[in-house]
Design a protein around this ligand. Structure first.
Ligand code: ADP
Ligand code: MG
Length: 322
């Protein structure tokens, strides 16, 4: 049902950046250690993502475009054990409803891979091809069949900004994965795998290295780790504040408040400290299934999370306030 897919697409795919996010998450879930992103015209005409992950069998490749045909969750109970980025099984079906998609994929144990072309939810061709292990998705002409949505897109530089936001979030969340990004044949990022601090420096520049204090606080409920910027490094502009819960980027104004409160008095009013904080928690204690883009979550014990984040950041800030 292509109408249902188009409606779902409206929630999952707002712009090229949404596609980049969903495909990168799938590559991460497929245990890729190397991912390449290639864009043309801020992703309007081409978004290609090539990974060296586990790939798909011929049957799974075809199934992957079916709505709710996720391989990651089997029973509703699994919803509270989620370790993967995806679980709704909506992304590929949604993307395929509003673009021309080409999927090339192969599993290690298979000699040949599968090439599928699908356009506006309709499979155009399927063949067996020789290709490396892993998966390559090409998304061409996003919203080609939904002019209203296409016209709603902003300038290339604004759309690119959104793509970079998503790319950087994934890159920060997964420093162990090598990631590159090309736009109109220009290399924007070429990130080697390594430690978090190296990833931060590779993304933001060498000047950050001297500005970071490490954070670490652990209880039986959660583990908080990461880096904060020194108080004097706080900026007027927002944007370089990251929470990752089980390596998923989330927005959480209450937890942000915990960080700001921990900085209390050390940064000027209205300025924003840099932070990249990882919260690791048993998935049974969180609910991620609130919104299709999965950037909002609920903790079962918000107050504890707040207190632990505040303690971790306070300790790190304290290093600079002796
Ligand atoms: P979800 O990620 O929520 O399961 P998606 O629509 O994003 O749903 O993907 C559907 C299915 O396609 C996934 O469950 C997975 O089995 C398969 N898949 C998607 N991308 C990849 C990839 N890069 N490598 C291997 N399998 C993939
Ligand atoms: Mg997915």
């Amino acid at each position: 049902d292509s109408i249902a897919n188009q409606i779902a697409a409206g929630e999952v795919v707002q712009r090229p950046a949404s596609v980049v996010k969903e495909l990168l998450e799938n590559s991460i879930d497929a245990q890729a250690t190397q991912i390449q992103v290639i864009l043309r015209e801020a992703g309007r005409t081409l978004i290609q993502i090539i990974d060296n992950g586990i790939g798909m069998s011929q049957t799974d490749a075809r199934l992957s475009f079916e709505r709710h045909a996720t391989s990651k969750i089997r029973k509703s109970d699994d919803l509270f054990k989620i370790r993967t980025m995806g679980f709704r099984g909506e992304a590929l079906a949604s993307i395929a409803a509003i673009a021309q998609v080409e999927l090339k994929t192969k599993k290690e144990e298979d000699e040949l891979g599968t090439l599928i072309r699908i356009e506006a939810s309709e499979i155009k061709s399927q063949e067996t091809v020789a290709c490396p292990t892993g998966t390559s998705f090409s998304i061409k002409n996003l919203f080609f069949n939904v002019p209203a949505r296409r016209n709603f897109l902003k300038s290339n530089s604004v759309e690119m900004r959104h793509v970079l936001d998503e790319f950087q979030r994934i890159a920060l969340a997964h420093p162990e994965v090598a990631l590159s990004l090309y736009h109109n044949d220009t290399e924007i990022f070429n990130l080697q795998s390594g430690k978090l601090v190296r990833r931060i420096v590779d993304i933001y520049g060498k000047s950050y290295r001297e500005q970071l204090a490490s954070c670490q606080e652990e209880t039986s409920y959660i583990n908080v780790r990461g880096y904060i910027g020194k108080p004097e490094f706080a900026r007027k502009t927002r944007g370089e504040q990251y929470f990752f819960v089980n390596q998923r980027f989330i927005r959480h104004s209450y937890m942000h408040h915990a960080v700001i409160t921990a900085f209390d008095g050390t940064i000027p009013e209205g300025s924003h400290p840099f932070y990249v904080l990882f919260i690791d928690i048993d998935p049974a204690h969180i609910d991620i299934n609130i919104h299709p883009t999965k950037t909002e979550i609920k903790f079962d014990d918000e107050r504890s999370v707040y207190a632990i984040i505040m303690a971790a950041v306070k300790k790190a800030v304290g290093v600079y306030n002796l």
